[in-house]
Design a protein around this ligand. Sequence first.
Ligand code: ATP
Ligand code: MG
Length: 362
Amino acid sequence: MYIRELFVDNFRNLQKQKVEFCDGVNILYGLNAQGKSNLLESIRILSMGRSFRGSKTTELIKFGEDYFYIRALVQQDNEDKKIEFAYKKNENKVIKINGNKLKSASELLGHFLTVIFSPEDLNIIKEGPSHRRKYIDSCISIVRKSYLYNIIQYNKILANRNKVLKSIKEGKGREILEVFDEQLVDYGSKIILTRQQYIKTMESYVKKILSEISKESVDIVYLNSIGLKEMTEEEIIKNKLKEKLAKNIDLDLKYLTTQTGPHREDFKILINGYDSRIYSSQGQQRTLALCLKLTEFEILKSETNKRPVLLLDDVMSELDDKRKRYVLEKLKGFQTFITHTNKNDLKGDCYFEIKNGVVIKE
Ligand code: ATP
Ligand code: MG
């Protein structure tokens, strides 16, 4: 798939305009603070329904205005798909595909596939467990529709269970706990099983990719909440999770939150046997982040049989020549957007200068 045309209105600092892109390498160049990342952000929102920079939807509205509207024509198999995203302050977002309004942003997933590479990818390696959970949850959600549903349900039940823990402290509601535990275990075990499968696939791709750019060895370990190494059956996971929940009830009642389950999990990436979060150098961590992103791209391709669009925000300037060449080779033949401050550093199929929010095609 490729994005043929983009229209933006009141989005961040971008001027109201329609831009046509080419199905190849699109170089977006310009000085700092002109709107390059904003342009990529608008594209990514049409793919994922939210900002890759973690911004709230309301922050995307141009200063002083009260709405924004963005639209893309995405071509696949010679057919155009029109994706629209509108947001007015204090109202719900409106997302449409070919004119049909979606019930929720989660329905957007899978329609327009993108992979974003940005300097913030380093956070997946460096930051705490919640960053890694968020990352794999979003990767899996695109390729497994039921996974996102399970996560949403699990989080709802978890919030209710935590409320019950508080009421138990006040002497009531113990009998309802069992009902929530049953549901929590149901959704939780499905999540654990899928995460395990995804992490295993992810590990095999990361191993292959890293071996092509470095001599180091890599392993990915799923730090699941039930302490099982190999999990193949949902029923076994279910029983184990149930057991753990029961065992930790005193802790849960002490802290008034649920201490066990997928919401507390993590995965660890080992380089030459050592935890990359603690022991790897900045360069090793950056390489790993790049491997994760290329893996995301490979898995998306193989699971969907579609061609994702690649968004590279400020990553080229951070890579050495060997890695730069490697990445460009991998992404060859796919529509790619690359932001850069210097036009002459990179070879593209079409070039756009971004100046004060205006996109000028050469
Ligand atoms: P760099 O090369 O430094 O990464 P960039 O071209 O990627 O620069 P952007 O991140 O796209 O820059 O930001 C461009 C400008 O948009 C910034 O000056 C920022 O202050 C401005 N901006 C951010 N949010 C809004 C908003 N809601 N309304 C108007 N302008 C905004
Ligand atoms: Mg930028």
